[in-house]
Design a protein around this ligand. Structure first.
Ligand code: SIN
Ligand code: CO
Length: 394
């Protein structure tokens, strides 16, 4: 459906991009995915936007006023949209339609856990989400029709947004413009104000956004704190404030003394001074924590490893559930698999399987090898029972 790699602008390599552009400046990539056309029709996208459990938005503007409504939508509402000035956006499309996950493949020169989702927008002429800034890197792939992008290549502090949900910038002063056609890709790092407007065309404008994620310190602290509280002793130390040897001079009228501050700093430092294994166990679990409405459901009836081997022997294939999130960590003789917010410690011999699980939707399993590896068969069985792997017919 799509070429597995991007065609970089003449003279550039992926290494050049990572060294000089990624997270630093916008880049136009004309025909980087030449031949790419939206595999999803505008009607199919609209259908998704009507489903419960799918995050979608409809942005309209009239006479300079922007309005935003969150889905799910009624079919009738989408059918009655005007002929211009609206944009319908759907998040996490690759999780709802896993066959579209391969659209992320050309971007796998970056860690898969840095990718957030595939968002697809469909817009009538003039449709847009307004001039705004995003907190994340994004590759904007034109998939149908055309869109005029404008952006401000100078780094600015964008304060005073007039509409917090749309993150609109109040004074947008673009100094770059590009009209993208299907197959063109525009890379934008976080913080660059941009404005993409659908052009009049035979077809509606469809843009695929491959968005990245970057947890903030407060999100990390919040997650770490809740995991510390949930599982005390699992590699985290969770001491309480203590003050042996406290001085009498510290008791004056609500004073927070320099010594008290030093104890707090020391205590927080110690809590974060976990070893790599504990840090990885937390970070991997946090990264793979699914959104509440995007979780695989456990299998209705558990199977055991020998049943799984039988089914695979009969030609059934194992595939990752589209919503399951995977990552792994490896050091010396240890490997940890992270799946949907939990970590599983595994033997070194399972490293190839773990890598396979973390990189492809369809697993490359060799039944003979599996029959000789009870730990591999058990891991796969557990993942099937948890709903994170699915048994398909072909
Ligand atoms: C869009 O596809 O209309 C929005 C993409 C963006 O500007 O982030
Ligand atoms: Co944006």
């Amino acid at each position: 459906m799509i070429s597995p790699s991007l065609v970089w602008p003449a003279g550039l390599s992926v290494q050049d991009f990572l060294a000089d552009t990624w997270q630093q400046r916008p880049m136009k990539m004309p025909a980087a995915l030449a031949g790419f056309r939206s595999p999803l029709s505008a009607d199919e996208l609209a259908g998704l936007a009507c489903d419960e459990g799918v995050e979608s938005r409809l942005v309209k503007h009239k006479d300079g006023v922007w309005s935003l409504r969150n889905g799910p939508f009624e079919e009738s509402e989408l059918e009655q949209l005007e002929i211009s000035d609206w944009s319908l956006l759907v998040q996490d499309v690759e999780k709802h339609l896993p066959e579209l996950a391969q659209i992320l493949d050309p971007f796998r020169f970056l860690p898969s856990w840095r990718m957030d989702d595939l968002m697809i927008s469909c817009a009538a002429p003039g449709g847009s989400v307004g001039p705004h800034v995003d907190a994340y890197d994004v590759f904007l792939v034109q998939a149908q029709g055309s869109r005029r992008w404008q952006w401000d290549s100078k780094a600015r502090d964008h304060h005073g947004r007039e509409n917090s949900e749309l993150s609109l910038v109040d004074s947008f002063t673009p100094d770059e413009e590009w009209i993208t056609q299907p197959g063109d890709v525009l890379y934008l790092p976080p913080g660059v104000a941009h404005f993409g407007v659908a052009m009049p065309d035979e077809e509606l404008c469809m843009t695929y956004s491959i968005g990245f994620r970057a947890p903030s310190c407060s999100e990390m602290f919040q997650d770490l704190a809740s995991r510390m509280a949930e599982s005390p002793g699992s590699g985290f130390s969770n001491p309480r404030y203590s003050d042996p040897g406290i001085g009498l001079n510290e008791a004056a009228d609500g004073l927070i003394s320099p010594a008290a501050l030093a104890r707090v700093r020391n205590m927080l430092g110690q809590a974060l001074a976990m070893d790599d294994q504990a840090l990885a166990a937390w970070f991997g679990s946090m990264l793979t924590e699914p959104k509440a409405w995007l979780q695989p459901l456990p299998n209705e009836e558990d199977i055991n490893p020998s049943q799984l081997l039988d089914l695979l022997g009969k030609g059934r294939v194992l595939r990752r559930h589209g919503m399951a999130l995977w990552a792994h960590w490896q050091a010396n003789d240890k490997v940890m698999l992270f799946i949907d917010g939990r970590s599983i410690d595994l033997d070194q011999e399972l490293v190839p399987l773990v890598r396979d699980l973390c990189s492809h939707r369809d697993l490359n399993l060799d039944i003979a090898t599996l029959r000789n590896s009870p730990s591999a068969a058990k891991l796969l069985t557990d993942l099937v029972n948890a709903g994170e792997l699915e048994l398909d017919d072909e």
